[in-house]
Design a protein around this ligand. Structure first.
Ligand code: 13P
Ligand code: SF4
Length: 368
């Protein structure tokens, strides 16, 4: 059973979190010389502050390289959470979007968590305001509340479980096997994908990722005909018509592992194109084609890049370490409540290492 109760897919067009504001805050591209200088400054500051850089695959390639060159990580949201929690450094610089910084802070309140730009948010988080979500939960007290990582700390504080794209299927399957009914928020596409694959009784919030929502099934079908040997990798925040054509549906880490480990030479990739940076590095001889966001079924072409992820830059890393700006704070009562659903997920994936494996053509591919 699925039911749509709310529609928060429209963003606030005026606030600091609208996409126009985000694009306006994306720093100008740097020249090769400037990139070297900023990177050297960021490296020196990370060392000086004994800080570690925890980056998502969608951020600027220079930031990804910096993270790997300085002992940090580039990862999906599950791995970012685990890495930040387990790393000995007392200062984490989280390059990604706000919910990733908040998750790090919730797990490690004693650490200083900095972000290059605190305005970097996510349409899923924006589309699920805590008060409305609480009303949704209050109206369905018989349901287990499962929220996607892409939510605020206040929304997580109402949840029984947090999941990420890499473990959502396994956790919902586990709940279904225990006879639980589920209230799911906020991504409607991931919720539908999980519902269809588990048969669980789920009520779905009506949120979407503005990036993945743009991929087009019709044009993907045509593109596949041009590349009959290509394997199609799809992030589960994508629409049903796109997911239906996937050889592999998975988190960003799972998609990366597929490119590295599958024998195919050509891949069509349906996710934010920031991931292609790491894919090219790890599988330089493979051909990567971005899944279509335009064509006769589109009103316009989308760039397949998240404006909030794009706000992260070397300059922001330097600024937050030099000035102590961009520090994440989470109210202690909210933090303590939100910790429960995150810990439950982390404990589950620890006890069930297979939970992050994908199904489909590539058996046994899990989070890196
Ligand atoms: P992953 O956990 O798969 O990296 O996804 C996070 C995200 O924001 C995707 O849009
Ligand atoms: Fe949110 Fe989509 Fe951006 Fe990921 S890509 S942070 S889901 S808006």
């Amino acid at each position: 059973m699925s039911q749509v109760l709310f529609d928060y897919t429209r963003q606030d067009a005026a606030g600091a979190s609208c996409t126009a504001h985000a694009w306006a805050k994306v720093p100008e591209p740097l020249t090769p010389g400037q990139r070297q200088d900023w990177k050297a400054r960021a490296k020196a500051l990370l060392a000086k502050h004994k800080a570690v850089l925890v980056a998502h695959y969608y951020v600027d390639g220079d930031l990804q390289d910096l993270a790997l060159e300085t002992g940090g990580c580039v990862a999906d949201s599950l791995e970012m959470a685990r890495f930040g929690r387990d790393h000995g450094s007392q200062t984490l610089v989280v390059a990604g979007v706000r919910f990733m910084g908040e998750t790090a802070k919730i797990l490690s309140p004693e650490k200083r968590v900095l972000m290059p730009d605190l305005d970097a948010t996510c349409s899923l988080d924006l589309g699920c305001p805590a008060e409305d979500f609480a009303a949704f939960c209050d109206a369905h007290p018989d349901r287990n509340v499962v929220v996607y990582a892409n939510t605020s700390a206040a929304v997580k504080a109402r949840a029984d479980w947090m999941v990420t794209s890499s473990c959502a299927l396994a956790i919902v399957q586990h709940l279904k096997d225990q006879g639980e009914k589920i209230l799911w928020a906020p991504d409607r596409h991931l919720g539908r994908y999980v519902q269809q694959n588990t048969g669980a009784d789920m009520l779905l919030w009506n949120g979407a990722c503005i990036v993945h929502d743009e991929f087009k099934g019709l044009e993907l079908d045509l593109l596949k005909a041009e590349h009959p040997d290509a394997k199609v990798l799809v992030h589960p925040e994508s629409p049903e018509s796109v997911v239906a054509q996937a050889d592999l549906v998975g988190s960003t880490s799972q998609m990366l592992n597929a490119v590295v480990n599958m024998e195919a030479r050509t891949f069509i990739v349906a996710t934010d194109n920031g991931l292609l940076h790491r894919m090219r590095q790890m599988a330089p001889h493979k051909t990567l084609i971005e899944a279509p966001t335009a064509g006769s079924s589109a009103t316009c072409k989308s760039c397949a890049h998240c404006p909030w992820m794009a706000m992260n830059a070397l300059q922001g890393v330097v600024a937050c370490l030099e000035q102590g700006s961009g520090e994440i704070a989470v109210d202690e009562p909210i933090r303590r409540q939100a910790l429960g659903c995150i810990d439950r997920m982390l404990d589950f994936v620890k006890r069930h290492p297979g939970a992050t494996q994908t199904t489909g053509l590539v058996p046994n591919i899990g989070a890196a």
